[in-house]
Design a protein around this ligand. Structure first.
Ligand SMILES: [Zn+2]
Length: 241
């Protein structure tokens, strides 16, 4: 009798310990899976996405909206300015940042100019503040419903060289397996016709004598460009005088 009872308690104890061990193992496995999931999620969010090459459907390169003379593009007019511009590609709208106010007479360069521009139905919305006497221009962009780059549209208005250039500044980062969704925006240097990315992974860069800072906002982005030439020559003059 005594032995039997003793045996039964031991058996329950063994079962209890077994259950506890299984429970601990499960918790451990669950924790490990959770940690793997978290680290995996981090990786998923930073997958680099590049747009596939596309063939231009523009028959005459002379009609290219970026390097050609298409009257609808206004780029021919802007090329005369030492300035940067923001291009809304889907609606093809070019906003002259007016950093140095080269389009206004010297006597009128005092103070601050503000303007608001819609780029067309479903397009992005620009609100700009320019202080040409200081060489500062800020453009606030509010994304329209149609703000994801339409490659099909770009194929019809750009020559092959310019289309390649545009697609090369459309690199984005996003969840694994998802289609790339670059915004239909880029920055252009009117003097060199080079394009620069306005995708969200960038925060600042220099274009010749201009410093450009980018900030993401709730429903768009803010682009600030400042005329900031190198001061090496100025410093040398200070030393010599
Ligand atoms: Zn072109």
């Amino acid at each position: 009798m005594k032995n039997g009872k003793y045996y039964r308690i031991r058996k329950e104890l063994v079962w209890g310990m077994g259950l506890l061990a299984v429970l601990i193992a499960c918790t451990g496995i669950f924790g490990a899976v959770k940690r793997w999931g978290e680290s995996h999620t981090d990786k998923v969010l930073t997958e680099r996405k590049v747009l596939a090459e596309a063939a231009s459907e523009l028959e005459d390169p002379e009609n290219c909206y970026l390097c050609g003379t298409a009257p609808e593009s206004l780029m021919g007019y802007f090329r005369q300015f030492d300035d940067l511009g923001v291009i809304c590609v889907n609606q093809w709208y070019v906003l002259d940042m007016g950093i140095l106010g080269q389009d206004i007479p010297d006597g009128e360069k005092k103070g601050t100019r503000t303007s608001m521009t819609g780029t067309g139905e479903g397009g992005d919305f620009f609100s700009s503040t320019q202080t040409p006497s200081r060489g500062i221009s800020t453009v606030e962009v509010r994304y329209g419903e149609d703000s994801i780059l339409d490659v099909e549209k770009a194929k019809t208005i750009l020559c092959q060289k310019c289309l390649d250039k545009l697609l090369s500044v459309m690199e984005t980062y996003g969840p694994e397996g998802e289609e790339p969704k670059p915004r239909d925006l880029c920055l252009v240097d009117f003097q060199t016709m080079e394009l620069y990315s306005l995708q969200e992974q960038y925060t600042s860069y220099y274009i010749r004598d201009y410093y450009v800072r980018l900030d993401q906002t709730e429903d768009g982005m803010e682009i600030e460009a400042v005329y900031a030439p190198e001061r090496i020559r100025g410093n040398l003059q200070d030393i010599l005088s």
